[in-house]
Design a binder for this molecule. Structure first.
Ligand code: UDP
Length: 464
């Protein structure tokens, strides 16, 4: 049997590119050839952020197609981004596949598309190529999207996705209990954005019917309720680079790995690691309050201050802050997060609760302080604080600000109560068992590989 050629296409956002590249690297280790299709905008960022030691480009064929936006447009505007994608990318992807199939001795045998890029599976189907969807967020998030018809029927949301009334929602036992306003599409900004994203999700749900598999970066031991509710989801995670003895790839910003040496000098379980993923933006008041809160804890901290974490320039810091914390506070633009979280000096993770960050903290047995920003992060906060009980959430004051005293209090509460770390260490074991030899995620991954290795085109494994 010849080498199979997989085309992988992520949704163009940081939290989607990293886990699909992780999966792609595992496919390469299984002798698949992988072509990874970023948008032109993200391709440049990924390539520019690669360090000299990275040999990603030797393992994976990194290519790009346009995203339908002007170079200077804001890619954090998800409505504009999604409009651009839908307008331009299907045609460009088809062209790319035709070109590869004409010139490469290995034709594309399977497309793995991000679950939010369902249109790519339609392109694959049209070209008689098999397709699988890959979902980077939690299975609970996907379950809420797939439950939209029932939520409308039950009068919990209207036909535009807007929650009706204040009732709490639990899709099944063992799943987080959330308010309607915490449903993913209801946390996507203004009403027009919410409606757009909701309609996009409804359309995408339909497209999933053409997917041979819907692969999730999760484990059925972590989300038993969601996987019991939708048995067509295939958990293969959590996918972490260290399980394959490698480094994560696909960062949009260059990593500052000097913070690892700094961590080496800190006492065990002493450092607060603070990182808000790739999207979160703070106004100046909240940014300063966070800085002062970290200072007030008097503990060592490692804080990722992305170049665009505020709309201000660096002088958004409170006056004299950097000088005062110089002895025990480390500020970096982008950290090697997976390595940081596995470092013995880290005490807790102050996080925006993106699913990747959630899985990375959990897989290292780290307790959380939750500060969600948008989308599915409130749902993930609920898993962390209410279901798994490995973290605490922050209270906001009447103007919606998390104050410095609240930050200090919650840090003290979390670190003084050893049961948070104990439960986090138990969950670390659960996650490890899933992905280790013989574990459920491990077995599912092997099942997927077997399917991909068969020479068939465009069949449906459920009917095979
Ligand atoms: N990340 C990183 N360095 C940082 C901050 C984040 O490598 O300083 C990585 C993190 O390990 C995770 C991804 O960026 O894999 C962020 O994904 P997540 O789902 O947590 O959040 P999003 O960026 O999608 O909001």
């Amino acid at each position: 049997m010849g080498k199979q050629h997989i085309l992988a296409i992520p949704y163009p956002a940081q939290g989607h590119v990293i886990p699909l590249l992780e999966l792609s690297q595992r496919l390469v280790a299984q002798s698949f050839k992988v072509t990874f299709v970023n948008t032109e905008f993200n391709h440049k960022r990924v390539v520019n952020a690669l360090s000299d030691q990275d040999n990603l480009a030797n393992q994976i064929h990194l290519v790009s197609i346009p995203d339908g936006m002007e170079p200077s447009e804001d890619r954090n505007n998800l409505v504009r981004l999604t409009e651009g994608i839908l307008k331009v990318m299907p045609g460009k992807l088809e062209e790319l596949i035709r070109k590869i199939n004409r010139s490469d001795d290995k034709k594309i045998t399977c497309v793995i598309a991000d679950q939010s890029m369902g249109w790519a599976l339609e392109v694959a189907k049209k070209m008689i190529i098999r397709g699988a969807a890959f979902s980077p967020p939690s299975a609970a998030m996907l379950a809420s999207a797939f439950s939209i018809p029932e939520l409308i029927n039950d009068g919990i949301i209207n036909s535009y996705g807007t929650p009706v009334g204040n009732q709490m929602i639990q899709l099944s036992p063992n799943m987080p209990l959330i308010g309607g306003s915490n449903l993913v599409w209801a946390c996507m900004g203004e009403l027009t954005e919410q409606k757009f994203i909701f309609e996009f999700m409804v359309r995408n749900n339909k497209v999933m019917e053409v997917a041979d598999w819907i692969i999730c970066n999760s484990s059925d031991k972590l989300e038993p309720g969601a996987f019991a509710l939708f048995t067509n989801l295939l958990p293969i995670g959590p996918l972490l680079a260290r399980h394959r003895l490698g480094k994560p790839a696909g960062c949009f910003w260059p990593e500052d790995s000097t913070c690892l040496e700094w961590l080496d000098q800190q006492p065990t379980h002493s450092v607060i690691y603070v990182a808000y993923g790739s999207f979160t933006v703070f106004d100046k008041i909240q940014f300063q309050e966070l800085a002062l809160g970290l200072e007030l804890t008097g503990r060592p901290f490692l804080w990722v201050v992305r170049p665009d974490l505020t709309h201000e320039s660096n002088d958004a810091y409170p006056m004299g802050f950097r000088e005062r914390v110089a002895t025990h506070g480390r500020l970096v633009g982008w950290a090697p997060q997976q390595e940081v979280l596995s470092h013995p000096s880290v005490a807790c993770f102050l996080s925006h609760c993106g699913w990747n960050s959630t899985m990375e903290g959990l897989s290292n047995g780290i307790p959380f302080l939750c500060w969600p920003y948008f989308a599915d992060q409130f749902l993930n906060e609920s898993y962390i604080c209410d279901t798994w009980k490995i973290g605490l959430r922050f209270n906001r004051d009447e103007s919606g600000i998390v104050r410095k005293g609240e930050i200090k209090d919650k840090v003290e509460h979390l670190l003084n109560d050893k049961t948070f770390r104990e439960r986090a260490l138990d969950l670390k074991e659960v996650a490890a068992e899933s992905v280790n030899e013989g574990g459920c995620s491990h077995n599912n991954f092997n099942k997927l590989i077997e399917w991909m290795k068969t020479e068939k085109s465009c069949s449906n494994h459920r009917q095979a």
